[in-house]
Design a protein around this ligand. Structure first.
Ligand code: HEM
Length: 136
């Protein structure tokens, strides 16, 4: 029973994390400088509370599942770790980019942060395929 509760909490955290990161990526790369500041200020509050908490939840419940039930021997989990570390780093960089853009709306972030939307979507497809199919 606890296993299913943990998996449910893990998946809820994953959905909120990916949703929040996609909104961050949209605002960073597609909202024009003239209206950026207000949008970023409201989004940063949401990011700090919901998306950051979801990232913590994804890690806590994911590691709990691995330690308690699944083990660390699967190659799929190692590959998933690489992608999840990449997403966690991107989330940190999105926060820093939004802070700088709120202070100076003409400033553009680096290419990795600017390409957030496709990076997040590709990671999502690969992570879900690895976690569900467990191909190796
Ligand atoms: C943050 C670090 C993460 C760790 C340590 C982790 C680890 C795990 C573990 C151990 C499982 C259990 C697999 C099983 O019971 O067979 C799992 C399930 C799952 N994870 Fe993660 N995960 C993480 C992040 C993510 C993210 C960010 C996503 C989605 C974008 C995700 C998607 C899934 C899915 C869809 C499942 C369900 C697989 C199934 O029941 O068939 N995980 N995860």
């Amino acid at each position: 029973m606890l296993y299913f509760v943990l998996k449910t909490l893990h998946l809820i955290s994953d959905f909120l994390l990916i949703g929040g990161m996609l909104v961050n990526a949209f605002v960073i790369s597609m909202v024009p400088p003239t209206i950026r500041v207000g949008v970023i200020q409201s989004l940063r509050k949401y990011d700090r509370t919901v998306t950051t908490a979801a990232l913590a939840g994804a890690w806590i419940f994911g590691l709990w599942l691995a330690i308690g039930y699944v083990g660390f021997s699967g190659g799929w989990l190692h590959a998933k770790f690489v992608l999840v570390i990449l997403l966690s780093a991107l989330h940190g960089m999105q926060g820093a980019a939004m802070r700088k853009m709120a202070a100076d709306p003409k400033r553009d972030p680096n290419a990795f942060v600017r390409l957030g939307m496709p990076i997040i979507m590709i990671c999502l497809v690969l992570i879900v395929a690895l976690a569900v199919i467990k191909p190796f």
